[in-house]
Design a protein around this ligand. Structure first.
Ligand code: UD1
Length: 423
């Protein structure tokens, strides 16, 4: 596996451009199964998770090609109903084919995703939502085996122990689009990626109202057209770039970053002494003042996103004062704590909370990223650490960031990739 050698960097200057949102494109690719007509999706990030979803579609018998950032999906009368364990175990988001397969084929077999390094990740809300629409779902040999000759609109509440569920809301919205009658989803997720999926479905001919609020109304239609759709910019990638700039200091323009999707993040960065200017279609960050400690609690949107908890922790590790970081979405998402401490950070975890005592400077070390956002956090920490950080586990970065390393290097970060087998 390749690794990255990261040196203390900055101050930096320049501009970078945010790619399309991974978490928006994955369910939208699944949504394309709802119509026999071809769909064209633009601003598709070339990340491993998208390639895994392409493989899932192809194994269902669906034509799918990605050229540049333009994806063409040609379902026609595809026959497949199976998402295998081999693919689902690579990417949990594979579960979002469940709703479209049920709606289009009347049946589906999707491997149970199981847990992952960020903790236990159940699928009960997906099952509950689709059962309410009339699906029969059983667990057989590690697979969710679902059938529904006809889906029927219903009133469904999708609130779980840790709030709403992004992909369960997506799954129910997609299935309900082709169900008989009206579906009301209560405690729906309000994330911009859910709204993007709704916009794409509406463009395909679906009748959806209330998306972006906790109550979504879907009136089923007989059929949908192919989609012509452009994905929103990735707010998590944008946030990662803002935090990287805050760590390195200097002035950076993050093109495509949408202030309306990043309210809680901009707020917390401002509190930490980082100035962010909202421009038309971009955010300009000016950093250089000492970072101040801030308390952060992750919550469903519009709260601070769990996907930026680890990068934010890297920033707060070098802040003045003590920060309290509480994880309300994935209470076990703290794999990066031990690695940050190996770099000289002073972080103590207590249940779903991490107490981060700011240290003036981190010290480079060999570290391993255990998941996508943990790997990003360690890369960012390396940019503010003395001497060299050797980051392994960078295959996780490629699951969700198209070119984070190149973007940072272009800004002036000192990062070198060592190819596997070389030194
Ligand atoms: C999506 C994002 C992921 C992000 C997460 C929370 C994609 C591809 N991934 O994941 O990057 O971190 O939202 O913003 O969009 N839960 C249940 N039962 C369920 C489903 C979820 O209890 O059936 C729990 C989860 O364990 C978690 C919480 O609900 O504690 C939120 O999870 P959810 O919103 O479903 O995450 P995903 O949609 O899988």
């Amino acid at each position: 596996m390749d690794k990255l050698l990261v040196q203390r960097s900055g101050p930096v200057q320049g501009a970078c451009t945010v790619n399309g949102a991974k978490n928006a494109v994955l369910p939208i690719m699944a949504a394309c199964l709802l119509s026999p007509e071809p769909s064209v999706i633009e601003r598709v990030p070339r990340v491993t998770d998208v390639l895994t979803m392409l493989e899932i579609l192809r194994r269902l018998g669906v034509g799918a090609t990605l050229v540049g950032d333009r994806l063409t999906i040609e379902p026609g009368r595809f026959a497949g109903t199976l998402a295998s364990y081999e693919l689902v175990s690579r990417m949990r988001a594979s579960i979002c084919v469940l709703g479209p397969l049920l709606a289009r084929q009347g049946k589906a077999q999707v491997a149970m995703p199981g847990g992952c390094v960020i903790g236990s990740r159940p699928v009960d809300l997906h099952v509950k939502g689709l059962q309410a629409l009339g699906a029969k779902i059983a667990i057989e040999h590690g697979y969710l085996v679902a059938s529904a000759p006809r889906l029927q609109g219903a009133k469904i509440s999708l609130g779980g122990t840790h709030g709403s569920s992004v992909l369960a809301t997506g799954n129910v919205m997609m299935a309900a689009s082709l169900a008989d009658g009206v579906t009301i989803i209560e405690q729906a997720a309000c994330e911009p990626e859910v709204v993007d999926l709704a916009h794409c479905l509406i463009q395909m001919g679906a009748r959806i109202e209330g998306h972006g609020s906790p109550v979504v109304r879907v009136e089923g239609v007989r059929g949908l057209r192919g989609a012509r759709y452009r994905i929103i910019p990735d707010r998590i990638e944008a946030g990662t770039l803002l935090i990287a700039a805050a760590l390195m200091g200097g002035e950076v323009m993050v093109e495509g970053a949408r202030a309306d999707h990043l309210g809680a993040v901009i707020d917390k960065l401002a509190e930490a002494n980082v100035s962010i200017e909202k421009l038309n279609g971009a955010l300009r960050i000016k950093a250089g003042e000492p970072i101040q400690a801030v308390d952060v609690t992750t919550l469903p949107y519009p709260g601070f996103p769990t996907d930026l908890q680890a990068p934010m922790m890297a920033l707060l590790a070098v802040a003045r004062g003590t920060s309290v970081l509480t994880e309300k979405v994935y209470p076990d998402r703290f794999m990066h704590v031990a690695e940050l401490n190996r770099m000289g950070a002073s972080i103590v975890r207590q249940g779903a909370t991490a107490i981060v005592k700011g240290v003036g400077r981190l010290s480079g070390a060999p570290v391993v990223g255990s998941d996508l956002r943990a790997a990003a956090a360690l890369l960012l920490a390396g940019l503010a650490a003395e001497h060299q950080t050797e980051l392994q586990g960078i295959e996780h970065l490629q699951r969700g960031y198209q070119n984070l390393e190149e973007q940072l290097v272009r800004l002036g970060a000192r990062i070198r990739r060592v190819r596997a087998g070389r030194s």
